[in-house]
Write a protein that binds this ligand. Structure first.
Ligand SMILES: [Zn+2]
Ligand SMILES: [Zn+2]
Length: 382
């Protein structure tokens, strides 16, 4: 067992604390400890601890597992099942550190940081199975972002508070200083320290978000994956990227789909290729092989004509992947493999020798009695 501290203890909240209390406690501690603001040697370690506790307690599923089993992932070997994917792979220049820096980095700073009003887009990868891609599916995903603050509705200020023009910079967002030097007067302009370059100030900023209108949040949303989707497809979820500053427009969440390799089918555009094995007699005489299709409970009849050669292909129209446009499906392309028997019974051998006689082929002669006896003993041992 690890000597990790209890997550509730780390955040200093009761075991039955609601989400709002947990978030408030987290934000308060994280603001004090963020490495951008706190230069104490252990600040980074403690910030990580607080962040880990919050990432578990802010997710109802992980919290329930933690309460019940002492492990956010549930008991060993329990994983999966629910179709819920927790995504930590946020790319496109926005990792977890970036989310926190956007939020905590500038808080109480000196206005040197350039504020972005509109939120940025965020990008994640989502892997689905070939079956899920064929049928279309809904995936519930969890990820972290700066989301509009629930307490103030994203405005950044408490009810009854007002936003007014900043008196320091007279609403321009910049202050100009004039310095004397040996070359004469030098004028320089810098973001206003009182409004951080915003041009407006609030008399009662929202306590939860410290006036930003957004907070680091573990988001949980459903993603609709359309039938026929292929690797590299991008799904855009409007408004689920980084929330904007004080109610400015949020960025989008861009989900790049990856369709996992399948054991049975290889995808070629909308067609699906697979291998079907028949015996040499079936190849010679023709047969129909029933296989399972890509759709649930779908049977596909692969008709192998008489005289089929090894490596030949049989195309079954309309049994491939659905087209993402919604107009029909691709084909299933079966590559035929011909299996030659490794062992023959006496009767089978006699039949084939007779066949060779009819076609005038030269074949190995039937073994003598001693060899056949040894084969028979081998058969019994096998
Ligand atoms: Zn707020
Ligand atoms: Zn100002």
């Amino acid at each position: 067992m690890s000597d990790k501290r209890d997550y509730y203890e780390v955040l200093g909240v009761a075991h039955d604390a609601d989400q709002r209390t947990i978030k408030r406690a987290f934000l308060k501690k994280a603001r004090e400890l963020h490495p951008d603001v706190n230069k104490a040697p252990d600040a980074e370690e403690r910030f990580k601890e607080v962040n880990e506790a919050y990432s578990v307690l802010s997710d109802e599923q992980k919290r329930a597992n933690y309460d019940r089993f002492g492990d956010p992932n549930g008991p060993a070997g329990f994983g999966g099942g629910s179709g819920y994917v927790d995504i930590s792979d946020i790319f496109g220049g926005m990792g977890m550190d970036d989310i926190f820096s956007s939020f905590f980095g500038g808080a109480g700073g000196h206005g040197t940081r350039e504020r972005r009003r509109a939120g940025r887009d965020m990008a994640i990868r989502l892997t689905v199975t070939l079956e899920e891609a064929a049928l279309g599916c809904t995936k519930t995903i969890g990820y972290d972002r700066l989301a509009p603050c629930e307490d103030c509705g994203g405005k950044g200020y408490a009810d009854g508070a007002t936003e007014r023009s900043c008196p320091t910079c007279r609403g321009t967002g910049f202050v100009t200083t004039v310095q004397r030097s040996i070359f004469g007067q030098v004028q320089s302009s810098a973001p206003c320290p009182d409004c951080h370059g915003e041009g407006t100030v609030i008399d009662h900023p929202c306590e939860m978000c410290d006036g930003q209108g957004r907070t680091p949040t573990h988001e949980r949303i459903d993603i609709q994956v359309p039938a026929g989707v292929s690797t590299g497809a991008k799904l855009r979820v409007s408004g689920y990227g980084e929330a904007g500053w004080r109610g400015a427009p949020a960025g989008d969440l861009i989900v790049t789909v990856e369709v996992a390799e399948d054991d049975r089918f290889q995808r070629r555009g909308d067609d699906l290729a697979c291998t079907v094995s028949v015996s040499m007699t079936q190849a010679a005489l023709g047969t129909t092989v029933e296989i399972e299709g890509v759709m649930p409970d779908e049977g596909v009849s692969v008709e192998v004509p008489a005289g089929t050669q090894p490596g030949a292909t049989v195309r079954v129209a309309g049994k491939g992947m659905p087209r993402v446009s919604g107009s029909g499906r691709g084909d299933l392309v079966a590559h035929i493999e011909v299996a030659v028997p490794r062992k023959l019974t006496g009767e089978q051998r006699a039949c084939l020798e007779r066949f060779a006689e009819l076609t005038g082929e030269t074949v190995e002669k039937r073994k003598n009695f001693g060899e056949r006896l040894r084969d028979a003993i081998d058969d019994i041992i096998d």
